[in-house]
Design a protein around this ligand. Structure first.
Ligand code: ADP
Ligand code: MG
Length: 597
């Protein structure tokens, strides 16, 4: 049996017997840990993985708690609504729907904010919701709502700590399980790309705004479920536990535990809860005065964790317990993903006509025209500052020309975002390599296939996406093999040499099944051997019918490789032709050899 399953099994068995062996005090403590961990888990997804910091999660806990408390205790619900308060299970559903709605509204207002504005935004709505709970007469003001009924499950009334304990931990384990599944899927890879890989992800067809909204809503739903359980455990609610400082504490738990790891949420919640309890008893005795000394200790601890263990405690714990992640296996029998039929060799696929791009007074591209045909490699070369990257941006749709037009497969490129262009069959690599360094080569390449599959969040969370996932991974593995990185498939992308990272980017681009590859300075920073390998790969792709546009600075690299060359200087085309002709062209020689380059 695998060690990770063994450890998990032992942990589950331990959880099962706890209420029988521990005193009610500790059972209650564990209940709190479970409730907190559920909120922290949402933050692991939102902040640790997705890079979106929220201080406002406690407000969503409050939303869950107040919804169920208000509905289940209401005496005077109008007849048509009386059903709503008849069972806590119904109010859970209502709470989740309400929370999702509020999260979508808040998310669409705040998620667009960048930098420190997003955390500030979460603080703002955290405070607003808190005061709403406290001031609404119907919610009992600051005294809150009492007499919340217990939850019953198939006639079993969970009115004791040792009973609701099982429900809390079942919810938590389910949340951990589904979150873990989600992260290990197509949607999960898109989510993991949010932190530090947005531009790349968009170019691979990921709708990053949607991914951000997804994790925001999921985190809010986790918080809401925690609030629902809390209300029925305490049997009363008041605004205090849903304030901003508790919101900060949740974030604290996620960071201390290990913000990027699902089990980190549990470690963080457990540690903080136990420590808080312990320090609350100990410190006043130590100092001989009463006060919230634990807050000060927590502050110091936070600084220490951020200093010493950026990734939190979970990675450290994991090293102590010999649990190894399971390597993904490639199923050779998985169905192959459908491929587009490549245009016939020689067919015109890309046409840039009189493209001019001005930046204020500077004309970076001046009346540039070029064409790329199926099955050829075209190089766009020129000295530094000639306007190659600018032209690349006009072609790939990242930027829009001041005048002129770029058409790809007969359709104009302007006005489409990176995602649509990727869908049309144009795929690119980046001048400065953009990959996710802690993800494996396989996972990085699989992001390229994002648009070739459709399974969403729910099917990923419940593992209903496995057939499709197998097809995606098979495709990614095939592309990795195709570019010659097979033996690095399971290594972290960040550990590869620069040359290999560039090759990885090509595999990722190929994974989207393009008919045109755009490469911006693929040979920059490569050693001679690496350049040779790259040249070899591009030749092979050409023989398979791929069209490639290379933007390059290195004339030697392109000469022996490409079919045609367009030379730029000062934003203009100064020559176009076969490599031989270009090598003999006086204007080119002047620009290249006569110039500083
Ligand atoms: P290359 O890739 O050939 O080295 P670029 O296309 O990056 O050249 O740059 C061409 C010229 O356009 C340079 O003078 C550069 O400073 C200018 N340029 C490029 N992008 C911008 C921008 N976003 N704003 C202003 N000037 C720019
Ligand atoms: Mg450039």
């Amino acid at each position: 049996m695998r060690t990770d399953r063994l450890v998990l099994g032992a942990f589950l068995a331990l959880l099962l017997v706890v209420p029988a062996v521990l005193s009610p005090f500790y059972v209650t403590l564990l209940n709190y840990i479970g409730l907190y961990a559920m909120v922290a888990l949402g933050l692991v997804l939102l902040t640790g993985v997705g890079g979106l910091t929220s201080f406002g999660q406690a407000a969503f806990v409050g939303l869950g708690a107040y919804t169920t408390a208000a509905l289940t205790t209401a005496q005077d619900l109008p007849g048509w609504l009386a059903w709503a308060g008849s069972s806590p299970w119904l109010t859970l559903v209502i709470g989740l729907v309400l929370t999702a709605t509020v999260a979508v509204v808040l998310g669409s207002l705040t998620l667009k904010l960048s930098g420190h504005f997003l955390p500030l935004g979460t603080i703002a709505w955290g405070i607003s919701l808190y005061f709403l709970f406290g001031t609404m007469e119907s919610l009992g003001g600051h005294t809150g709502i009492t007499g919340v009924p217990p939850i019953s499950l198939f006639g079993w009334v969970l009115d004791e700590g040792g009973e609701i304990y099982y429900l809390i931990w079942a919810f938590l384990l389910l949340a951990v399980f589904t979150t873990q599944n989600l992260l290990d899927s197509r949607e999960g890879r898109a989510i993991r790309a949010l932190k530090g890989g947005m531009v790349m992800a968009e170019a691979m067809g990921v709708n990053t705004a949607r991914s951000r909204m997804i994790i925001f809503v999921i985190a809010a739903l986790h918080a809401c479920a925690s609030g629902w359980l809390y209300a029925h455990m305490q049997r009363f609610v008041n605004p205090t536990p849903f304030g901003l400082h508790i919101g900060i504490e949740y974030l604290f738990m996620a960071v201390v535990g290990g913000a990027g790891h699902v089990w980190g949420a549990l470690v963080g919640a457990g540690l903080i809860t136990v420590l808080k309890q312990w320090l609350q008893d100990l410190l006043p005795k130590l100092f001989g005065a009463s006060g919230n000394f634990e807050v000060i200790v927590f502050g110091l601890m936070m600084v220490l964790v951020l200093q010493r263990a950026r990734d939190g405690l979970w990675p450290i714990l994991k090293r102590l317990v010999p649990v190894r992640g399971v390597q993904k296996t490639i199923d050779p029998n998985a169905e192959t993903l459908p491929r587009r039929t490549l245009p016939k060799a020689g067919e015109l696929i890309l046409e840039a006509k009189d493209v001019t791009r001005k930046f204020g007074g500077l004309v970076a591209n001046n009346n540039m025209s070029l064409t790329v045909r199926a099955g050829e490699i075209l190089a766009l070369i020129g000295p530094n500052g000639a306007g190659k990257s600018t032209m690349f941006n006009q072609i790939s749709g990242v930027d829009t020309p001041t005048s002129g037009e770029v058409r790809f497969l007969g359709k104009p490129v302007a006005g489409h975002d990176s995602r649509e262009i990727a869908r049309m069959g144009m795929s690119r690599t980046f001048q400065h390599v953009k990959l996710l360094p802690t993800m494996t080569v396989l996972e990085n390449v699989a992001i390229g296939a994002h648009l070739r599959s459709h399974k969403g969040v729910l099917s990923s969370a419940w593992r209903l996406d496995r057939d499709e996932e197998a097809r995606l991974l098979k495709e990614a593995a095939w592309q990795i093999e195709r570019v010659g990185l097979k033996e690095h498939m399971y290594e972290e992308a960040g550990s590869l040499a620069l040359g290999q990272q560039r090759i990885l980017e090509i595999a990722r681009a190929l994974c989207s099944d393009p008919c045109l590859l755009l490469l911006d300075e693929p040979a920059a920073g490569l050693r001679f051997k690496e350049k040779e390998a790259l040249g070899e790969l591009l030749r092979k792709l050409r023989s398979e019918g791929m069209a490639t546009l290379i933007v390059e600075h290195d004339m030697d690299f392109v000469m022996g490789l490409v079919d045609r060359i367009v030379v730029m200087e000062f934003g203009q085309k100064i020559a176009e032709g076969l490599p031989d002709e270009i090598q003999r062209n006086p204007a080119v020689l002047e620009a290249y050899l006569g110039g500083v380059d």
